[in-house]
Write a protein that binds this ligand. Sequence first.
Ligand code: DC
Length: 227
Amino acid sequence: MGAQNGNVAIDGFVASGKSTVGRALARRLEYLYLDTGAMYRSVALLALRNGVAVDQESALVDMLEAHKVSVETRDRTQLGYVVLIDAKDVTVRLFDPDVTAAVSAVAALPAIRAALVVRQREIARAGPVVMAGRDIGTVVLPDAPHKFFLTASLDERARRRRLELEERGVEIALDEVRKQIEERDRLDESRVTAPLKRAPDAVLIDSTGIGADTVVERMLAAIRDAA
Ligand code: DC
């Protein structure tokens, strides 16, 4: 598979398994893995740190230009990558509740999306890459030969997300997680620029009651079938 045409786009709802599955798939294919959500989270973190309001679009763009944000593959870490801001590892901080609460507003801003999409396409050009996000199959890599759209029931996604948070020491009621997920899905689907939606040519996978391994096998089978 050539570097230009092997790219895999994975989009889907909050906690639908994109990261777990994307990372495992990238390993199997020996591709680079890019979690684009981490890029949006980095901007949200920078905004919090610099005291820039999340609706100040041009101030946020200036802020982004003033810092070096990079995502580097690190196979031995839990996520498979680290995010560096000005050469400092901020990965753990990206998943804190304050960053999660701010990220949807940042991700709705067209100028921020435009800046990050340029970087995402650069990474894909150097690929091949498994890229996970919300608009990969529709906007970032509309010509990707392999596209998947992941979903799972709200209850299952809430349980998964709660477990992840628990593992990181964050205690939160299941109902609260469910509400937060619903709200973030609503914001992702309803924003004007690059809303979350399934590309017409994306393979839909509902992972309710299915392990990540099985989802990866299905994806590999779809990729093989398309070859
Ligand atoms: O996948 P995640 O939860 O880490 O993503 C964080 C936020 O970033 C999410 O609320 C939606 C946004 N996002 C986006 O708008 N487009 C992407 N390609 C990836 C994430």
